[in-house]
Design a protein around this ligand. Structure first.
Ligand code: MD3
Ligand code: FE
Length: 203
């Protein structure tokens, strides 16, 4: 089932569920190579969401600012490559939403624990806003905050569950968004956590 959230934004309900075991195993491998870490914002705050990346470049933040970096600052090594199963999932989801030929070069892996949140922001560190962003939710459910073109626009609350995939493109690409504080819970595969994969064409 698919649900239109706004112009250019499509929710593909439970789209990734049939490959949950593959995704979980792949995530364990990736994050043993490039471990989750809590990054620091340019303003000096530690993010409550732990992050890692795979792909040609990874999204990082530190005292120098936000950027895409080909090297993991923690290890000094390149990020692990995007696994074929990830590329395939992102391309299939984008196609389903009308973005044929989507080839991401970066995947940000976000890990939420109870109490973790992501405040309202825009994704604007990418070079080409005509490419969509594909996001995959795994594990505990979350309340996604979907705002407007202005930070002051009151956000809608959208429940995102295990296996849900959202494609954000066109007029939705630069909307303000965030994630409400994660509630406690237990998921049979991911335990007391939520993982979000965000596929982007950064370069
Ligand atoms: C709507 N992550 O990493 S993914 C992020 O659940 C981020 O971890 C959230 O926002 C998470 O930057 C939400 C959904 C998402 C991603 C990008 C968007 C929604 C978006 C860009 C434009 C509009
Ligand atoms: Fe974002």
């Amino acid at each position: 089932p698919r649900e239109s959230l706004a112009e250019g934004a499509v929710l593909l309900v439970h789209f990734a569920k049939d490959i949950e075991t593959e995704l979980a195993a792949t995530l364990d491998k990736l994050t043993s190579t490039a471990p989750f870490r809590h990054m620091i914002t340019p303003g000096g705050f530690r993010m409550s969401v732990a992050m890692s990346n795979c792909g040609h470049v990874g999204w990082v933040t530190d005292a120098r600012g936000y950027r895409y970096d080909p090297l993991d600052p923690e290890t000094g090594r390149p990020w692990p490559p995007l696994p074929a199963s990830f590329l395939d999932l992102a391309a299939r989801a984008a196609k389903e939403a009308g973005f044929d030929g989507f080839v991401p070069d970066s995947c940000l892996i976000n890990r939420y624990e109870p109490g973790s949140r992501l405040s309202l922001h825009q994704d604007r560190n990418e070079r080409d806003f005509s490419a969509p962003i594909v996001s995959v939710s795994l594990g505990l459910p979350a309340t996604f905050l979907f705002g407007g073109a202005q930070r002051s626009d009151r956000p809608r609350r959208i429940r995102l569950e295990h296996g849900d995939v959202v494609v954000w493109g066109g007029p939705s690409r630069l909307t303000f968004h965030g994630v409400a504080q994660l509630e406690d819970g237990h998921h049979p595969i991911f335990g007391g956590r939520r993982i979000n994969l965000t596929f982007r064409k950064a370069l």
